[in-house]
Every structure is written in structure tokens, then in C-alpha cells.
Design a protein. Structure first.
Lengths: 240, 481
């Protein structure tokens, strides 16, 4: 099924990991979508929202709604940013007009793996990668969007890839936005617990669908000199 | 093996400071005995819980039902409380109403003093922890002996509970053995059965002598004036039946409408808390026994202490639905890492992070709502479906933006300006591009990047990511945008 997709690159993806966004485009196109990117987009507003500054978050959310409200489907390579968009109606609970507009937008905003599997009914995107991969269930995707089986189904369909079970797969990576810099030791302790179940002899790649979690995980793995790489799902799915 | 009790070095929210939680967390993380004991215990409870609820196919329906009963009751709290009090009095209970902690303590002190009661025993109760009842009674030389094993250990050690149902969760059996050698003069042992036997002997003597028993309440049934107390050691049964006076301290949110509602809560609470199908003891008490068995007097102290204010707040009201099972503590990656003392409040963990600021005020406990990564594990396990992450976000918003009549308590002028500027830059693509161009320049100035507080905090344990040389938007379709 061909679908018109408006890509939300996410601010982190756009500015720090453009290769992840490029991979997202490649995967969507391979799945038969025609992808557009509106350069008017910025951020979903989550950093301010999670810090309590809801009026600043509303400012940014209004911009998001204006940019995307005419799209057919909005897809982002992040469960956390999509979950934020799904919270817009609640954020605008006292502004009925914006509430209604944001409900429309929230309804058609999808996380990448959920969009591929649930909407397009695609699990094999023709990817190939010889690696042993463990999966990190990012909290917001897992608990707010119910994304669990979708990325696993996609990974299992990748030729040459072995999906390795991770006991702490559903444990939080400790990022939590400003939490990670307000309480750096605690944030890192949470991550180290997660990584304690990761066997570098059995796993080559720890993957997730959220660049923010991956920033935290990668930063720690690099600091520790680990041989395990942190890699976004889109990059794996775009490999050939 | 030694154990430096974390509580000794930790500061409480009674001594406020924006850095209190962060300092406490750092101290807790350095204590490897503590972190090891916590990890083992919380993992065990989480596994048992998962096993127990796996056998209840209607689990989700029960949660929904429990949440509905609580929401219904909390919206009509005054009605059900009056009904509860009337029916309890009809059964022979003396009901006392306490507006705050001081009033509740004064009531219990007077009850003890008027009866010349000096030897008091107490079963586990978070409400009495909340009002610091033991300290108040100690002023009259009548500090109660805690009879729950965990609470008794904590009392011997001069600490406070670090978990709402497992007060000594932070202690290893070795540390408890050393404590008993020190305080009770027993021969060295770290064998749980041996230690429990010593405790049993000591506590039996206290029960036999006691002239007043103090308990908490798990549920108060409006239709009958009955209270229910759940426990596993038999100590609450003895506390409420052996002494001639029984005083129960009950938070006003503990009331439920009907006896039949227990059917739902009794399936949820033990499974969520300890992974048990049912607790070993369930004591249903409806006034003193007219046949003269058990206590001749029964008192119930209905404790408000800020609860009616929370009940009046439609957004935050669901905080009061909590049945104190402790599942959110066991599931929380923050709690699992640092334990309860770091929160510096009677109620720790996710529920403490929403309840404490509402009970004690945002000034002293306003940091707690920020002490979470918002992972949502607490919401998943809550048997009454309290949306803790959303309430944390609501409290964060109130802390930094304030509410009518209550100015902001967190996030100073600089914070506000930073977010205002951030929102300004994110409101349009040109501003965004300019801001990111400036950030790329800033990143090239090595000192600036290293000195900026958040970046330094990040880099203390993790490599800092770098901005891409070319953003996605600058490369899209050949960089036409």
C-alpha cells in the first residue's frame, strides 16, 4: 500500500544524527511510501513539557500542529516524540480550538516501527546485516504507544541478523531528558543496571528506536570502551 | 559485614534544599551494601508479583473496578466518612477527627495519658509514621514498641522505614544480625530463623505487658464501620486484641463504601505488594467485642493532614486512591537504585514523589517530582491505576509555573528565561536554523562547551555527542531547503 508520509525528523535526529533520518527515509521509501519533509518543522516540545514549562511547550506544540495538520500521516523515528504529540490534546485541555486541531494531528502521528508493521503491514523491508542485536524497549514507545512486538518483527526479518534476548530490555536507560543532567550519577546507575545484562561476547549491537535513549547508551558504551555499538533501528533496516 | 545506615548521613525534606535529593542519591549510590540489598529485594518482589498476577486472568478488569470504586468514593469522601463514623460509633467505637499531625498525636497522647498507659505496642502503620507518633508519645515516656519485625529492626537501629511495606528492605541479614548482637546481646548469627526467634521472644513479652495497642488501617468500610488490617506476622492481630485499649489511626482516604468492595481490593493488594494470593492474617474489627473478649475500648483517629485539600483538587485527587501496596517502589528504576531514604520523606518512591509534595508542601518537597525519568513502570503496576507519570508532570508544572495564589517554588529566573528562549527558537524554522548555527559555533569553543553545567554533568559519566556537520534539513533533496 502506498502512503504519503510527512517525515518528522525530530530535533535530535535533524541536528545530531542526520544519518538516522536519512535511513528512515530510505526504509519508508522502500516500503512504498512517498516521503516529504517540511523544513518548517522544529521540535515536539517535550523538553519543556517534561521540565514543567507547559506554556513554553504549548508554544512549540502549536508550531508543530501548524506544520503538520495537513499531512496524511506523520512518521518519526522516535517513540518518545510521538508519545509527546499524543499528549497534545491534554496539554491544550483549556484551549478547545487547539485541542481539536491537536487531536487530529495526534491521531495520524506514528512511530516508525509501529507505522511499518501496523499501518503498512510490512515486516520485511529487504534489509541485510550480519550482527547479533539486542533490543532496548524505550519507555514511552513501550508504555505510552504499546510498541513491543513491532521492532522485533522487523529485526527478525533482517537477513543475517540474530535477535538476542536482553533480560533488562524493558528497563529504563536512565535518560529522562533533563533528569540525565540533573542527577547524572543516578541516571548512569540506572543505565549501568540495564547494561549489566549485556554480554559483549554475545551481542554486537544494542538497538532502539529513540535517538535520545541511544545518545545515553552510546555515550556510556563509548566511555567504557565497549565493543557493543548503539544503533538506531532505522539504520539497521536501511542496511543492505 | 558493616552497614552504615544511610539515614544517618541523609537529609530529610524537613531540612529543605534544592540539592537534598541529589546529595542523598549520590550517598546511596556509594553504599554498595545498600544497593545490592535493594536490587535483590526489589527484583524478588517484582518477580513474585508477576507470578501472582499471572494466575489472575481478570487482573486488568479488577484494576479498572478498583480505580472506579476509589474515584467514586473520593468524589464523595465527606458522605462516606460520615457514614463510616456513624456506623463505627454504633458499634461502640469512639471516633476522633484530626485535622493535622499535631492534633492526631495530641489525641493519642491524651488517650494514653488519661488511662495511665505506659506500655504501648504498635503494628505497622504508615499513617503513624507520617505524623511521627512515636516521637510524640516518647515525650510522655510512652514510646510504643514496634511489633512488625521489619519495623522493630528499624526502631532498634534508630532509623526510619525505607519502604512502605518492607521497612527494613535496605538491610542485609548480616547487618540485622550485628544489630541484634549489639542491641540484644545475642550470640552472633545471620540466620533469619534464629534472628526471628529472638525477635518473637522479645515481642511476646511486650504483648503480654501492653496496656494500649496502636494500629493503622488498610480499609475502612462505610456501610458497617468495620476496619480491616492486613499482615503476615500475627503481630497486628495481637496488637489489636491483647491490650485493653485499641487505637487505630486511619487516613481519611482509606474509606470504601461496601463490604463487598473488599472482594476487589483483597485480590489486588497482597498480589501487588508481596506477590501473595492473600496475606496470612486479615483482621476485620467492628467495635469492641460485646462479650468482653479483646479490648474493652476501641478508638479510631480519622486523619486528614492535607488529604481533604488533595481530594478537592480534581486533577491530583487520584493520589488518594493509593492502597499502599508498594508495587510502584519495587518497579521504579530510581527506587531500585537508591532506596527510600534518599527521598527524605516518609513516603518514598513514585507514590512518595507525588504524595509528599502535596502533604508537606512544594517548598520542602518540590524536588521530588523531578526525581524521575518518567519511565512509567509505576503506572503499569499500580493496582488502582494511578497515573503517576502524569501527576509528576502536573506537579512539575505547578512547581515551575505556580498556581493561582501559589507562586512557583522551583525553576528560578534563569531557568524561566532559558525555556522562554528555547521556545522562541523552536517556534519557527529560521530562528531554529540560526540557533543551531550558533550552537555549532559554540561547540567549536572548547572551553564554553566544557564549562556549561549540563554538558559537564553529562560528560562526567558519558561521552558527549557532537552536532552533525550538516543537519538533515540542510541535506534534504540536495539541500534545497
Amino acid at each position: 500500500m502506498s502512503r504519503k508520509v510527512a517525515l518528522f525528523a525530530t530535533c535530535l535526529g535533524d541536528q545530531l544524527w542526520p544519518e538516522v533520518v536519512q535511513a528512515t527515509v530510505a526504509v519508508l521509501e522502500r516500503a512504498g511510501c512517498s516521503v516529504s519533509f517540511d523544513p518548517a518543522q522544529t521540535c515536539c516540545g517535550q523538553p519543556a513539557f517534561n521540565s514543567g514549562f507547559q506554556s513554553d511547550a504549548r508554544t512549540v506544540a502549536r508550531h508543530f500542529v501548524q506544520v503538520f495538520e495537513n499531512a496524511e500521516a506523520i512518521v518519526a523515528p522516535s517513540g518518545s516524540c510521538v508519545a509527546m504529540v499524543h499528549r497534545y490534546p491534554e496539554l491544550f485541555r483549556d484551549e478547545p480550538a487547539w485541542r481539536a486541531r491537536s487531536e487530529v494531528v495526534a491521531h495520524k502521528t506514528f512511530e516508525l516501527s509501529a507505522f511499518l508493521v501496523r499501518e503498512l503491514r510490512v515486516t520485511d523491508v529487504g534489509a541485510r546485516m550480519a550482527a547479533r542485536v539486542a533490543w532496548h524497549d524505550a519507555c514511552h514507545g513501550l508504555r505510552e504507544l504499546g510498541v513491543h512486538d513491532e521492532p522485533r518483527a522487523l529485526l527478525r526479518a533482517v537477513q543475517g541478523l540474530e535477535l538476542v534476548d536482553l533480560r533488562t530490555g524493558e528497563a529504563c536507560c536512565g535518560f529522562g531528558g533533563t533528569f540525565s543532567v540533573k542527577f547524572p550519577e543516578l541516571s548512569t546507575a540506572m543505565l549501568d543496571h540495564k547494561l549489566s545484562a549485556l554480554d559483549p561476547q554475545r551481542v554486537d549491537v544494542l538497538s532502539a528506536v529513540d535517538s535520545s535513549c541511544l545518545m545515553q547508551i552510546r555515550g556510556r558504551l563509548q566511555r567504557q570502551g565497549s565493543r557493543v555499538r548503539a544503533m538506531h533501528l532505522a539504520e539497521i533496516l536501511a542496511s543492505r | 559485614m558493616h552497614l552504615q545506615p544511610a539515614s544517618v548521613i541523609l537529609r530529610s525534606v524537613d531540612q529543605p534544599g534544592p540539592e537534598t535529593f541529589a546529595e542523598n542519591a549520590r550517598a546511596a549510590l556509594r553504599d554498595t551494601t545498600l544497593t545490592g540489598a535493594l536490587r535483590r529485594a526489589t527484583d524478588t518482589f517484582a518477580e513474585r508479583r508477576a507470578g501472582a498476577i499471572g494466575q489472575v486472568p481478570e487482573w486488568e478488569a479488577l484494576r479498572t473496578q478498583a480505580a472506579a470504586i476509589k474515584a467514586h468514593t473520593l468524589a464523595r469522601l465527606d458522605h462516606y466518612l460520615e457514614q463510616f463514623a456513624t456506623n463505627a460509633e454504633r458499634a461502640g467505637v469512639v471516633v476522633h477527627w484530626a485535622t493535622d499531625a499535631a492534633e492526631a498525636c495530641a489525641i493519642v497522647r491524651r488517650l494514653a495519658a488519661d488511662r495511665g498507659a505506659r506500655r504501648l505496642v504498635k503494628s505497622k502503620s504508615m499513617a503513624t509514621e507520617e505524623i511521627h507518633l512515636n516521637a510524640a508519645l516518647a515525650k510522655d515516656g510512652a514510646e510504643p514498641v514496634e511489633t512488625d519485625l521489619g519495623e522493630w529492626i528499624i526502631q532498634l537501629a534508630g532509623e526510619t522505614p525505607s519502604h512502605i511495606i518492607v521497612p527494613a528492605i535496605h538491610k542485609t541479614k548480616e547487618a540485622i544480625g550485628e544489630l541484634f548482637v549489639d542491641k540484644l546481646g545475642i550470640p552472633p548469627s545471620s540466620e533469619p530463623a534464629v534472628l526471628a526467634e529472638h525477635a518473637r521472644q522479645r515481642l511476646r513479652a511486650h504483648f503480654a505487658d501492653a496496656d494500649m495497642g496502636i494500629s493503622g488501617v488498610n480499609f475502612g468500610i462505610a456501610a458497617t464501620g468495620t476496619i480491616l488490617i492486613l499482615e503476615n506476622e500475627g503481630n497486628a492481630r495481637m496488637t489489636t486484641t491483647l491490650p485493653r485499649v485499641h487505637v487505630a489511626v486511619m487516613g481519611i482516604e482509606k474509606v470504601i463504601p461496601r463490604f463487598a468492595d473488599l472482594d476487589v481490593f483483597l485480590k489486588l493488594l497482597p498480589r501487588s505488594g508481596t506477590g501473595q494470593h492473600i496475606t496470612t492474617y486479615q483482621s476485620l474489627l467492628t467495635g469492641p467485642d460485646p462479650r468482653g473478649q479483646g479490648p474493652s475500648e476501641m478508638h479510631i483517629v480519622l486523619l486528614d493532614n492535607g488529604r481533604s485539600r488533595i481530594a478537592a483538587d480534581e486533577v491530583m485527587r487520584q493520589t488518594l486512591a493509593c492502597i499502599r501496596c508498594g508495587a510502584c517502589l519495587n518497579a521504579c528504576p530510581v527506587y531500585q537504585s537508591i532506596g527510600g531514604h534518599a527521598y527524605g520523606s516518609v513516603y518514598p518512591g513514585p507514590i512518595g514523589a507525588i504524595l509528599t509534595p502535596q502533604l508537606s508542601g512544594m517548598h520542602s518537597a518540590g524536588t521530588l517530582p523531578f526525581a524521575s525519568s518518567l519511565c512509567g513502570a509505576c503506572k503499569d503496576v499500580c493496582p488502582v491505576k494511578i497515573d503517576i507519570p502524569s501527576l509528576l508532570l502536573e506537579l512539575r508544572q505547578r512547581a515551575v509555573e505556580g498556581t493561582p495564589g501559589h507562586p512557583a517554588t522551583r525553576g528560578g529566573f534563569v531557568d524561566r528565561m532559558v525555556w522562554r528562549l528555547w521556545a522562541f527558537c523552536m517556534r519557527g524554522p529560521r530562528r531554529f536554523r540560526v540557533a543551531m548555527a550558533l550552537a555549532r559555533l559554540g561547540e567549536k569553543l572548547p572551553l564554553l562547551g566544557r564549562l556549561a553545567g549540563p554538558m559537564r554533568a553529562w560528560a562526567s559519566t558519558r561521552e558527549l555527542p557532537k552536532l552533525a556537520q550538516r543537519s538533515f534539513r540542510s541535506t534534504w533533496r540536495g539541500g534545497t531547503s
